[in-house]
Design a protein around this ligand. Structure first.
Ligand code: MG
Ligand code: ZN
Length: 233
């Protein structure tokens, strides 16, 4: 009972901070994407592939969530985009208030798109609204096609799912159709993109998706969801 009460107040506090983040982002006309997935699924590599292309039409900033170390933030900073490291100091997910601190350190007035790399963890980040406009779940071929069924909340709350490391498919029993089937069983209308760092053209459809959502003065802003996430109780 007590734990339920504490959980409710924790989420209520987070949701309020998330709403403030959304107002701050909307005020500056910035679209934010929360990128979630397990450790090693390829989130940082995806940023390395996408950002140089996105920069041709958009001004991009990055919030880099990690338990410890600046390894990923250093990789992203090498792409010459503003990046703020958010260290959770052992915490296994980003919270809206931590993201707020990060947003305050980015030049929001100059940006179109903020990519938020969450802590490598396929479980609890999906419970925490950060004030983002879109959620991206990342799943690598190396993790197995059973993961959408094992971590349903992540794949349910995501607006898009990016399957990475497809070049490894031949060396594993990952079946993209089986993974897509499991994802669509949770939500039939989700976009699913197959990507590989070895084949940069595989990023094109995902780039189109991101660009259409974040283009300055884009009408797509109107369709943005402004509610908090559904949770598995
Ligand atoms: Mg990373
Ligand atoms: Zn956590």
């Amino acid at each position: 009972m007590m734990i339920d009460v504490l959980k409710k107040s924790l989420f209520a506090k987070n949701d309020q901070a998330a709403e403030e983040n959304r107002h701050l982002l909307d005020h500056h006309g910035v679209v934010a994407v929360n990128i979630m997935g397990g450790a090693g699924c390829g989130k940082t590599t995806l940023l390395e592939c996408l950002i140089p292309q996105l920069q041709q039409t958009l001004s991009v900033g990055v919030l880099e969530g990690d338990l410890a170390t600046t390894k990923d933030a250093d990789r992203v900073a090498a792409l010459h985009v503003p990046v703020v490291q958010l260290l959770t100091e052992g915490g296994c997910h980003l919270t809206a208030s931590l993201v707020h601190q990060g947003l305050r350190r980015l030049p929001l007035a100059e940006l179109d798109l903020v990519l938020i790399e969450n802590v490598g963890n396929p479980i609890c980040p999906a419970n925490f609204d950060l004030g983002e406009h879109f959620r991206m779940a990342v799943l690598s071929v190396a993790e197995g096609d059973d993961k959408p069924a094992k971590y349903p909340l992540l794949f349910k709350v995501a607006d898009v799912v990016v399957i990475t490391k497809t070049d490894l498919a031949g060396a594993s029993d990952f079946d993209p159709a089986r993974a897509a089937g499991a994802i669509r069983a949770l939500d039939g209308h989700k976009g699913i993109f197959l990507t590989s760092r070895q084949d940069r053209s595989s990023m094109r459809l995902l780039l189109d998706w991101l660009e259409s959502r974040a283009a300055p003065f884009s009408v797509s802003h109107c369709g943005i969801r402004h509610t908090s996430v559904a949770r598995l109780e």
